[in-house]
Design a binder for this molecule. Structure first.
Ligand code: HEC
Ligand code: HEC
Length: 235
């Protein structure tokens, strides 16, 4: 071997050695700390929310297909156990999936606790956000006929006659919408509003008067009466 070629061989060997030694600091190569976590090891609230919830409830809790999680009135009326139950078990018959592994979901109990805590920590408002609000849930069913009057006074100006849509807002009696929305969800919307979309909460009803608990139940009963009957088993 000529001196010249052994010198270039040495150069190549040392170059390779340098490259190998330096591998961990190559740009673009993740360091140990940056390797992606297994999904069940993720404990950062923002990541958990972004990956599991934001698609439907909006990023930063806003502008999603379903109620925003950063609505302070909403967080004032729903308590932690009720929120935890919905996240763990989902709402059957709707697009809200169960997240607990025990219910077929992908999150650990610890991750669900972190989500619930993070939602309140990041987005709950001052203590009186929900002062005087009708209760989150009700066991008394409302009266649809009285609900039609509540609708006329507080909803029709935006959602149009009979709920079929107006110049400001769309239909609230669309069969495919009502089929996929639970009565609890309709109640949630009427009380907590979707302020980010221009739908008012119970306190700022279009009638000019805050909605009472009975009026909330009645208007939900009226909406529910427009829901198509479930298909019979043999349909
Ligand atoms: C595929 C869409 C989708 C995803 C993903 C989703 N949700 Fe939902 N969520 C919904 C829908 C739709 C409803 C309303 C269900 C109903 O009609 O009761 C809902 C309802 C809820 C409610 C109850 C609302 C009420 O009436 O009080 C909570 C709380 C909630 N979701 C939190 C979450 C959280 C937290 C995550 C992430 C871990 C999440 N959701 C992921 C679609 C989704
Ligand atoms: C100031 C106008 C306004 C008034 C008054 C109003 N809404 Fe809405 N509402 C909206 C807008 C805007 C949306 C967003 C969707 C759309 O454009 O249709 C909405 C959405 C909704 C939704 C769907 C929300 C969801 O997340 O699925 C329901 C249900 C609803 N309204 C019911 C009612 C009822 C019941 C009343 C009366 C108690 C009412 N609204 C009063 C403007 C209004």
């Amino acid at each position: 071997m000529s001196t010249r070629s052994s010198r270039s061989l040495l150069a190549i060997v040392s170059l390779v050695a340098i490259l190998l030694a330096g591998c961990d600091s190559f740009p673009g190569r993740p360091s140990q700390a940056e390797y992606p976590l297994r999904p069940t090891d993720v404990t950062d609230f923002a990541t958990l929310y972004r990956e599991n919830c934001a698609g439907c409830h909006g990023l930063d809790g806003k502008f999603g297909a379903a109620v925003a999680m950063n609505n302070p009135v909403y967080l004032a009326i729903i308590d932690h156990p009720a929120m935890r139950r919905v996240i763990a078990e989902g709402v059957s018959g709707t697009a809200m999936p169960p997240f607990a592994q025990s219910a077929g979901g992908s999150l650990t109990d610890h991750q669900i606790d972190l989500l619930v805590a993070g939602i309140y920590q990041n987005w709950a408002g001052a203590g009186d956000s929900g002062a005087g609000a009708p209760p989150y849930s009700s066991t008394v069913s409302g009266n649809p006929d009285s609900g039609a009057q509540v609708y006329a006074a507080s909803c029709q100006s935006c959602h149009g006659p009979d709920g079929k849509g107006g110049s400001v807002a769309g239909s609230v009696v669309d069969p495919s919408y009502l089929t996929l929305a639970s009565n609890q969800y309709l109640r949630t919307i009427v009380i907590a509003g979707r302020p980010e979309l221009g739908h008012p909460d119970w306190k700022h009803a279009a009638s000019g008067q805050p909605l009472t608990a009975a009026q909330v139940s009645d208007v939900v009963a009226w909406l529910s009466s427009k829901r198509p009957a479930p298909l019979a088993a043999n349909d």
